[in-house]
Ligand binder design. Structure first.
Ligand SMILES: *Cc1c(COP(=O)(O)O)cnc(C)c1O
Length: 386
């Protein structure tokens, strides 16, 4: 028996070692505080759950869903998009339902890349961009995201020859793991390069609603002319605490969405109708639950920033996402520091190196644990490190 090269060539899964150590600690009865995963701890708002329960009982929802998503769901997504970003979309041809945005991100390259084709991928990044390119035989070319540049890639430093060979570029602002945001000027520059070199932009906007201090995240599709060369990924996971539900959607130019749908029609059979209808409730219902979420995360962000600073660590409060991206103290690398936090403070963080080589030297703290646990985690780190 052999396994395919695409499996053998996967970048190492650096969380595996951490997971093993957490398990070991927990089996010894240690109460580990986990700042490592970005999975909202708060429940899905009740009106959304109620819609699911009601719709799950209706036999007409028990059959295969339509491939592109229910017309009702796509209309709700298009209307939400218009309200939120001021951009009109044709629900029929420019919106596609996804089984969570991760599923869509993983499958889009199959619609765009032939074996050997180049895709530009940020480093550090959500690991799916790179692996999805590898899975369809493409070649990822990494774009470093460095602190001095606000964790934005320097598009003008990418050689013309690379732009010319590239078929697609992945980006994600507000960004996981760095918590950086991109302004309209950056999006305009991006659209300019992409149009000039005929490169499709895959923009992951999973954190569009997780913002603070008055910051409002733009959509790439707000840039005139960007739609035709872009696919943008939207997710209900973080906005409505729905990570377990597996529902999101992609928007973009008609031709791109059509090629993307052709891939999905041959792989999956869509999202459970009752889940799509619950998602309609989320998108069309009262949005005060989103505001409350923001308020909870903002409070936690401030609490954790203050706590980490009181230990003497340098960290900036981000204006978006669920994460603090912190440089590790002098003398450590990412995984040594993460290991030390686990050993000495029984606190788990994600080592930056798990998100790519350029993530080395950082760790990521997630804000998806209760306030009391954050306080306790800070106390433990303080005791261990000061
Ligand atoms: C959480 C997250 C997603 C959302 O994934 P779903 O599959 O929609 O749950 C997408 N991209 C990034 C960068 C994320 O952190």
């Amino acid at each position: 028996m052999k396994v395919a090269k695409r499996i053998e060539e996967l970048p190492p899964y650096l969380f595996a070692e951490i997971d093993r150590r957490i398990e070991e600690k927990r089996s010894q009865g240690v109460d580990v505080i986990n700042f490592g995963v970005g999975d909202p701890d708060l429940p899905t708002p009740p009106h959304i759950v109620e819609t699911l329960c009601r719709e799950a009982e209706r036999p007409e929802n028990h059959r295969y869903p339509s491939y592109r998503g229910m017309a009702r769901f796509r209309r709700a997504a298009a209307e939400w998009f218009a309200r939120r970003f001021g951009v009109e979309l044709d629900a029929e041809s420019e919106v596609l339902a996804l089984i969570g945005s991760k599923e869509g991100i993983a499958h889009l390259p199959m619609a765009l890349l032939d074996p050997g084709d180049v895709a530009l991928v940020p480093d550090p990044a959500y690991p799916v961009y790179r692996t999805s390119v590898i899975f369809c035989g493409g070649t990822p070319v990494l774009m470093p995201l460095v602190e001095e540049e606000g964790f934005l890639p320097r598009l003008r430093d990418i050689p013309d020859e690379v732009w010319h060979r590239a078929e697609m570029i992945f980006l994600n602002y507000p960004n996981n793991p760095t918590a950086a945001v991109a302004g309209r000027d950056f999006l305009e520059e991006l659209a300019h390069y992409a149009r000039k070199h005929q490169v499709v932009i895959a923009h992951d906007l999973a954190y569009s609603e997780i913002t603070y201090d008055g910051y409002v995240a733009p959509s790439l599709l707000e840039i005139p002319g960007a739609k035709e060369i872009a696919v943008e990924f939207h997710s209900l996971s973080k906005t409505y605490n729905m990570t377990g539900w597996r529902v999101g959607f992609a928007v973009g130019g008609r031709e791109l969405i059509s090629a993307f749908a052709a891939v999905k029609e041959n792989i999956d059979s869509g999202v459970f109708n009752a889940v799509q209808l619950a998602a309609v409730s989320a998108l069309e219902g009262p949005q005060d639950c989103v505001e409350r979420n923001r308020e909870v995360y903002r409070r936690r962000r401030d609490m954790l920033v203050e706590g980490l600073r009181s230990i003497g660590w340098r960290v900036e409060p981000p204006v978006a996402t669920l994460y603090l991206w912190m440089k590790v103290p002098e003398g450590y690398d990412s995984s040594a520091f993460a290991g030390e936090l686990l050993e000495k403070a029984e606190v788990v963080v994600a080592p930056g190196s798990a998100y790519g080589e350029r993530g080395e030297g950082y760790v990521r703290f997630s804000l998806t644990i209760p306030d009391q646990r954050i306080r306790e985690g800070v106390e433990r780190m303080k005791r261990a490190f000061s």
